[in-house]
Design a binder for this molecule. Sequence first.
Ligand code: NAD
Length: 500
Amino acid sequence: MTNQNLQHIINGKKVTGTSSTVFDIYNPSTGQKINKMQGASANDVRQAIDSADAAFEHWKKVPPSKRAQIMFNYRELLYKNVEELAELISIEHGKTLADAKGEVMRGVEVVEFCTAINSHLKSDYTADVSANIDSYNLRQPLGVCAGITPFNFPAMVPMWMYPVAIACGNTFVLKLSERDPSCALRLTELMSEAGLPDGVLNTVVGDKEAVDELLHNPKVAAISFVGSTSVGEYIYQEGCKHNKRVQALCGAKNHMIVMPDASLDQACEAILGAAYGSAGERCMAVSVVVAVGDEIADAMVKQLAPMVRALKVGAYDEEGVEMGPVITKQSQENILNYIEEGITQGATLVLDGRDHAKNEGFYVGGCIFDQVSDQMSIYTDEIFGPVLSIIRVSTYEQALALVNSHEYGNGATVFTRDGDTARHFTMNVEVGMAGVNVPIPVPVAMHSFGGWKRSLFGSSSIHGMEGVRFYTKLKTITSRWPSGIRKGAQFHFEGGKDAS
Ligand code: NAD
């Protein structure tokens, strides 16, 4: 055990939680317990909210260009510390160091977006909407915002939230996943080093008790959630009931349609990274391939199975490792149960990765199921592990109908050389993020990330300009100058040719 005695960060100070719950933190690569942390109680979270509320009075008045300067400093610190941050992710999450570094850099891109916050907050101004009357818009911060984040991107997902919220002039309470909190706690310290005043970013780790305080406390204006659909739906409904602005980004089952004209080499390489990278623990992982026609399906299975079998599975710091373990023993068991169900329900397990589960650590090797049907639980449910389902259909129309009938609508992609098919797909697929000949259509930081249907509750995607709009409220100002102009009392609206 490293026993660093992990603590929450409230008002710039490290504090020990007072909840009766103690979280054990594991190294999934070895299965060993490496740390523990006493959770934040409702009272601890209340203190974090109070400190954010107090800091807001000053922070909202700091000009955006000064806030941007802190983001520039932060970016430099993130670059300088990327190796340490990646190590903190990998040891608690299990993903490879290269993947962890990539995750940090995706977060850095959001910070880079925030360095231009004065430009993003630039307003519209219309002179002379009527005689001597001008109109303009302001986007003002909401107050205390909160973020509740999942285990699978312990750095990137928090960085989807707090940099944008803070750059917009809000203060923030970040509630991390209890499974791998170390990296984001370090990210919080680096914000202070970058010059962020105490209380603007407070970071806690807790369970439902902590989350419920965020949901019910009247000082919290907005909540961003990323995690599973069952929890996200609760957070959305409960947050809205308490008059908060809520965005809840949730679970997924991402499809890749492979058309008969696709480049098989390109498609197989794309599947390899998108289905098995990070052991399938990505909300944008491809977990279903829809093969159009038996010919391409047969060829794909033949080409893909040896590629997946050859993947080097192991600890995050082993030389040449390509896929690490899953996050917990419980998650490993859950995935193994799904594999059993797939077999029982009649799918063909063409590649069985269960041997890896015999090793120390929480491993599952890459699995491929062929001849999957849309009624099987390996297709309907989000497994969140390295298990790929192949569904065979005869036409593109059947493939699209299948994607569109799934309850989730996060991402989907098509591999084809035909422009008509590609355009029809992007225009008609019922997902928030669509791709053509790309494995995982994850939008970069200046665009916005978010799904449809049961993959997102609320109306707003995250980061990019959608993020700026989510973390600000619109004020429209109408003013008449010079002062002293009198028009007399008016009792009717003026519009069109009457307006003067
Ligand atoms: P999770 O829902 O278990 O946990 C997410 C957060 O909610 C954590 O902070 C956790 O402590 C908290 N939480 C858990 N149970 C709770 C409860 N009963 N009441 C209140 N809070 C609770 O999710 P996870 O297992 O950490 O992450 C994996 C899930 O996240 C997958 O479903 C994945 O698809 C999803 N995810 C979605 C996106 C997206 O952008 N759509 C991105 C990443 C992950």
